[in-house]
Design a protein around this ligand. Structure first.
Ligand code: ZN
Length: 139
């Protein structure tokens, strides 16, 4: 299990980045993971086709919350298309279809792949963001 809780994961868990509500945000998407009891709400504001603000609130296991924190770092300032591509890339990495570049914080989540029941924890926030983005585009 030690592999699961790398220092970077613990750091994001203990000092989450971009945590808190964004009142009136264009994107507000709440999802939960009944398998583990995790909950995440992702907030984002898009401006000029970019992710101008992104934050999250939630509770649950360290993997779910650390991954949400890493996601906000990763997506902030990205264009729609880039953000969508990042989500797809992360989901692909979590099923072993793409590699995690070691330079990225996200590589710390690589160990989760070996614990299939935890993959949902890691992808929770990303799926919430993607869902919110899709709904935003439909509106
Ligand atoms: Zn979990």
């Amino acid at each position: 299990m030690q592999e699961l809780y790398k220092e970077i994961v613990l750091d994001h868990w203990q000092r989450p980045r971009n945590q808190g509500e964004l009142p009136g945000a264009e994107i507000e998407e709440h999802i939960n993971n009944p398998l583990c009891g995790d909950e995440v709400t992702v907030y984002a504001n898009l401006r000029d086709g970019n992710v101008a603000e992104v934050s999250f609130t939630g509770r649950g296991c360290s993997i779910s919350q650390a991954s949400a924190s890493m996601m906000t770092d990763q997506l902030l300032g990205k264009s729609y298309e880039e953000a969508e591509a990042e989500v797809e890339r992360f989901k692909a990495m979590m099923v072993g279809k793409e590699d995690f570049p070691e330079a990225e914080d996200l590589a710390a989540l690589k160990g989760v792949i070996k614990y299939p029941s935890r993959i949902k924890c890691a992808t929770l926030a990303w799926i919430a963001f993607q869902k919110g983005l899709l709904e935003q585009q439909k509106a």
